[in-house]
Design a protein around this ligand. Structure first.
Ligand code: SF4
Ligand code: SF4
Length: 191
């Protein structure tokens, strides 16, 4: 039958000669390839002792931010979940009760907020969609796990600490390009 790709090869059924039967030349060729790689620059690193330099625009684990007074910024509007192409975000909204003004910035907050890190493709669209600057992607890696359930990150993992000294300064990780993009975006919104 004629080949469509012209890449087909005719397979020979001829008998192997003595050298081919003892496989010695094939073993020597294989070993030479291995030995050649011993002297080449290694492409692997000893993670986690060593880490690679990440790109300035690398996106890793998410963080749910607090405002300057330590209150949760997220109002459970759901825009991040709608923007997420991987449908990785789920949340349950709740009403703020009197006396909880020091915990939540607005009348509504996310009682449950969960990101499935297996689904997430770290595209950053949730960060772009958020009108409250409540969710950001950090440079932190998502560690490997043995169980799928452990990749569902709830508020216990995502929410940043109350202690201001331990909070992540997102502005430091934003490159000039990202800041310019955000400036353009807000200009477009104000038109
Ligand atoms: S980074 Fe992208 S895929 Fe991951 S949760 Fe945000 S929007 Fe979804
Ligand atoms: S993180 Fe932002 S976009 Fe997502 S629900 Fe909270 S306020 Fe809305």
């Amino acid at each position: 039958m004629e080949s469509l790709s012209n890449r087909s090869k005719v397979v020979s059924n001829r008998k192997m000669n003595l050298w081919e039967k003892i496989y010695l030349p094939a073993v020597i060729i294989g070993l030479s390839v291995t030995i050649k790689h011993l002297f080449k620059k290694k492409v692997t690193i000893r993670f986690p002792e060593e880490t690679r330099k990440f790109s300035d625009i690398y996106r890793g684990k998410h963080v749910l931010k607090r405002d300057d007074e330590g209150r949760e910024r997220c109002t459970a509007c759901g825009l991040c979940a709608i923007a997420c192409p991987a449908e990785a975000i789920i949340m349950v909204a709740a009403e703020r009760k009197p006396g909880e003004e020091n915990l939540y910035r607005e009348e509504k907050y996310a009682a449950i907020y969960e990101i499935d890190m297996i689904r997430c493709i770290f595209c950053g669209l949730c960060e772009e969609a958020c009108p409250k600057e409540a969710i950001f992607l950090t440079k932190e890696l998502v560690p490997s796990e043995y169980e799928r359930e452990r990749f569902k990150y709830g508020k216990d993992i995502l929410l940043e600490p109350v202690d201001p000294g331990k909070r992540i300064d997102i502005s430091k990780r934003q490159t000039k390009e990202v800041l310019e993009f955000k400036k353009d975006k807000s200009k477009r919104h104000n038109k």
